[in-house]
Write a protein that binds this ligand. Sequence first.
Ligand code: SF4
Ligand code: SF4
Length: 388
Amino acid sequence: MTPTDSGARPPNAEPKGACVILPAARLGALLALLRDDGFAVHGPAARDGTIALVPMDDAAALPHGWTVEQAPGVSRLRRRDDAAVFGFTHGAESWKKLLHPARARLWSAERGADGFVVREDGAPVEPLALLGVRACDLRAISVQDKAFLNGPHVDAVYAGRRAGAFVVAVDCGEPAGTCFCHSMGSGPAADRGYDLAFTELDAGTAATHRFGVRVGGARGRAVGARLALVPAGDADIAAAGGVAAVARTKMGRTMDPAAARAVLASKRESAHWQDVAQRCLTCGNCTMVCPTCFCTTVEDTSDLAGDIAERWRLWDSCFTFGFSHTVGGPVREQAGARYRHWISHKLSTWHEQFGESGCVGCGRCIAWCPVGIDITAEIAALRTEGVA
Ligand code: SF4
Ligand code: SF4
């Protein structure tokens, strides 16, 4: 990995590559084809008042005609006035829940006639197909790839789930007010890391509703060939190109990643951390919903007879006391210290570790913070602190 000095990612690229058309009514054919190829398909659905990522066999389960309104501490499903399938940003869940699950059994041991037999848990039986991955979440997956695959220790759980995963990306046409992926160089168009990338077009009527499709490699090309995609006309290409351009103008927030990195490095003793401590509940929601946060803890369990033992890995959060517990107690007792640690790692020291920001600008931590703490506002406050 190569640390960068500027703190900025290269800007998100324009959608590129030959565009072909998939009529929206044929989305079910894509699902069937992926299922036939042995993939466990997961995609977005409107569930429990939000967008959830669920196992998906039928395109009817996709959130046709739904959108999501988001603001600090607020996320609400709303009806759209068309039948767009991907006319929303995202809910609390990210693809991390599939690639880096919240609970993973690492191994189990069972007493047999000849002593304990130890079994390591392997990859899921079926490879994953991820349907509807946004550009910000694509970038989040590449950020987690660096943590789990590209370092000296490859994580077997992540590697087993990531290997062979088929990715269908969707350009974002409807950013939420909490989104700032464009300023973080992570969106709104999918520019790498996909097998197929869709741009949803003209969802007003069934006759016009279609997807511009870009192919990301041999696997995507093979699937596309079996879907009988039709060539795009000039109007299709122009319309597809315009979606990301409009989306950029709809984002409710911005952040300068280089400035965020610099201000966090220089404001470790700022009085602003006390201000955050007055508001932060240290609930850890921001770390749970963040698609790049990867910290875990382990738990060992055994049955009462002592015949079966298991080791589980669980998501952890730098907001818990236990996270920084050393001899004598937690290192970061105060809420302000824990928030400072989280935001400093995410936006500043992540650069030294992984060569880029740990934030992709998805806005989840803003919408799902119960008291509406806004990572972009905290950076803005630190930057203006002491400026007359
Ligand atoms: S910033 Fe918000 S979501 Fe994160 S720990 Fe504090 S209160 Fe919870
Ligand atoms: S820090 Fe917040 S905005 Fe950035 S990637 Fe994580 S959840 Fe998204």
